[in-house]
Unconditional design. Structure first.
Length: 239
């Protein structure tokens, strides 16, 4: 817990002030007044924010589901040590991957050495066969906002915008992240913490559909718009 607190302090110290304008590579931290069970007590990594809306991925909601259950035909996940994470309520039948290795995924990092891809082939072809959550995290779904929607929610006091970091995104203590951010960042003006109104999402009954993977998965992720599903890395419900 002390290590997590120090990481949060270091991240906040990197910024001269807590920005209220979201941008890729920033955190959205839910305030206690946000009681929507989909987002209550969440920390969201912003992937993109612009005139067309915003997208992000929740980084502090691991599930009990192992990727092998979703990707039974992918040998890579048979030796992967980790679980599937709830990335958000939009397109929960799509998978996104956060990778902490600059040599694996092409393009600029989201923040620090963190890259994102929706191409499972890029993951399994470039990562070591024995990989765990210190390098790779698998997310089902993402968070999406329409034009001006996120800015309105921030103005209403539902979110605080803070600097993100690779250490916080890949913290080994994700369930403590939200409370620790509030505890060590009193400048947010947060007083008191609510109970935990959200329930862990049920994503166990999904499997990977290899034929649904787009050849342009990485490019399709960049063009994601709020409320639209990614055409890549699709997951299909088990019948």
């Amino acid at each position: 817990m002390r290590r997590l607190a120090l990481s949060i302090l270091a991240s906040l110290a990197a910024a001269s002030a807590l920005a209220q304008t979201p941008a890729g590579g920033m955190f959205l931290v839910a305030t206690p007044q946000l009681r929507d069970p989909r987002f209550a007590e969440t920390v969201v990594l912003v992937l993109n924010h612009g005139r067309e809306g915003a997208i992000g991925v929740v980084v502090n909601r691991p599930t009990w589901v192992e990727p092998e259950a979703l990707f039974p035909d992918v040998d890579f996940f048979r030796r992967y040590r980790g679980v599937v994470w709830f990335g958000g309520p939009v397109a929960r039948t799509s998978a996104l991957f956060l990778v902490r290795d600059g040599d694996v995924v092409e393009g600029e990092p989201i923040v620090d050495d963190i890259h994102i891809t929706a191409d499972i082939n890029e993951v399994r072809e470039n990562l070591p066969f024995r990989t765990d959550e210190r390098i790779l995290r698998v997310y089902a779904g993402y968070a999406g906002w329409g034009p001006g929607q996120l800015d309105s929610e921030i103005s209403a006091g539902d979110w605080q915008v803070t600097p993100a970091s690779g250490d916080l995104i890949f913290t080994p203590e994700p369930m403590s992240l939200w409370r620790e951010v509030h505890r060590v960042a009193p400048d947010m003006g947060i007083v008191g913490l609510p109970g935990n109104p959200w329930q862990e999402p049920f994503v166990a009954h999904f499997r990977y559909c290899g034929r649904c993977v787009s050849r342009n998965a990485r490019n399709s992720l960049v063009s994601l718009q709020a409320g639209h599903s990614s055409p890549s890395a699709s997951l299909l419900p088990i019948r």
